[in-house]
Design a protein around this ligand. Structure first.
Ligand code: NAD
Length: 360
């Protein structure tokens, strides 16, 4: 099969980690008979340097015409970069918001997986992590509090600020469907997280999610209040399979879930729209402090490419091949510096990519 992938290498370590992910994709293509054709799109600081804006309309059009987008990271050293002496809508990260909006990416998928071989990096006690945890957070990305009407005013001489949390049935339904579809490919459990004891939007959320659940009788649905979920994530993370939640709760819970894995350089993510289209990127940023040194961990980007194969192209066994190769390389003791431990073998960005290709 032929696939058209828009790549956005971006800034900092972006070009190094995207290069390794492409190498791994090409290896999978060779083995399973697929052709991945890449078209590079400029976004972030490099686009500002070239065109004066973080994302051009042409770049967005190229992304729209592709089958999926693979992104490294954008942005520079915030305290010390020419890209930040301008209005917020002209800074590198504005490109990220513009592309998410332009592609209507309403579902953000972030796996939080603890590799046995990296258990030492997990801040939780061994008796809590047991034989590890493997969950996915599905966060609604284009609605809720971050997109509602907001204003600041002075009432009777006192300043006050208002943010509005609005969710429509349609917005809840489409992200719930994504969560149940993902659960069907996993352990078939969805934990829907809300604050239904207080918020009307959460009560609507719970009602619509229950309706969607009827179409997936094999999937177990449980409802959990967000404050309880924040506790359960550190008390018993093994209970979770797919966590489905709204924008702000998901923002906070997905960071909590990723931090209990202990290794930011390992965490992939996907943002999906209504069709099979998605934008795939590591959870970390452009790490300008280590750019160009061949020491960045490329695994989060490589695993994001595996997510692309699974979610956008339905290539499950090809995605498995990448994930298995990553597990093997870790089990053999190879580590980039960010996950380095005593008695392990330290390798650079390029060598880590080569090792993963070899194991595929
Ligand atoms: P960051 O994630 O880039 O870096 C945080 C720390 O983690 C740094 O010490 C960095 O060296 C390390 N790190 C990150 N990724 C790594 C990897 N793959 N291998 C090894 N070490 C890694 O976060 P930051 O420093 O807060 O932000 C740097 C820039 O990235 C900023 O301009 C920020 O706005 C941008 N950013 C972009 C995205 C994105 O493009 N999606 C996301 C977050 C931050």
């Amino acid at each position: 099969m032929e696939y058209r992938i828009a790549t956005i290498s971006g800034d900092g370590i972006g070009p190094e980690i995207v290069r390794e992910a492409k190498k791994v994709l090409d290896k999978v293509g060779q083995k399973y008979g697929h052709n991945f054709n890449y078209e590079e799109v400029l976004m972030g600081g490099i686009s500002i340097d070239t065109y004066g804006v973080p994302l051009t309309d042409e770049a967005l059009e190229t992304a729209k015409k592709s089958d999926a987008v693979l992104l490294g990271a954008v942005g520079g050293n915030v305290g010390n970069s020419r890209w930040y002496d301008v209005a917020p809508n002209l800074r590198p990260e504005a490109g990220l918001l513009a592309i998410r909006k332009g592609l209507n990416l309403f579902a953000n998928i972030r796996p939080a997986y603890l590799y046995n071989d990296l258990a030492g990096a997990c801040p939780l006690k061994q008796e809590i992590i047991g034989d590890g945890f493997d969950m996915v957070i599905v966060r609604e990305l284009t609605g809720g509090l971050y997109f509602g009407e907001r204003h600041t005013e002075t009432v009777n001489g006192v300043e006050q600020a208002t943010d509005t949390l609005v969710y429509s049935e349609k917005e809840i339904r489409r992200v719930a469907i994504k969560a149940f579809e993902i659960a069907m490919k996993r352990k078939k459990k969805v934990t829907s997280v809300d604050k239904a004891n207080v918020l009307d939007s959460s009560r609507l959320w719970r009602k619509v999610v229950a309706e969607v659940a009827k179409d997936y009788p094999e999937v177990t649905l449980e409802n959990m209040l967000v404050d309880n979920c924040a506790m359960q994530l550190v008390m018993n993370p093994r209970q979770f399979d797919v966590i489905l939640t709204e924008n702000m709760f998901g923002d906070i819970l997905s960071d909590e879930a990723s931090m209990i894995t202990g290794s930011i350089g390992m965490l992939s993510s996907a943002s999906l729209n209504e069709s099979k289209f998605g934008l795939y990127e590591p959870s970390h940023g452009s790490a300008p402090d280590i750019a160009g040194k061949d020491i960045a961990n490329p695994i989060a980007t490589i695993l994001s490419a595996a997510m692309m194969l699974r979610f956008s192209f339905d290539l499950d066994k090809e995605a498995d091949a990448i994930e298995d190769a990553v597990r093997k390389v870790l089990a053999e003791g190879y580590r980039t510096v960010d996950i380095m431990d005593e008695d392990k073998k330290q390798v650079g960005t390029t060598e880590m990519g080569n090792l993963i290709c070899d194991r595929i």
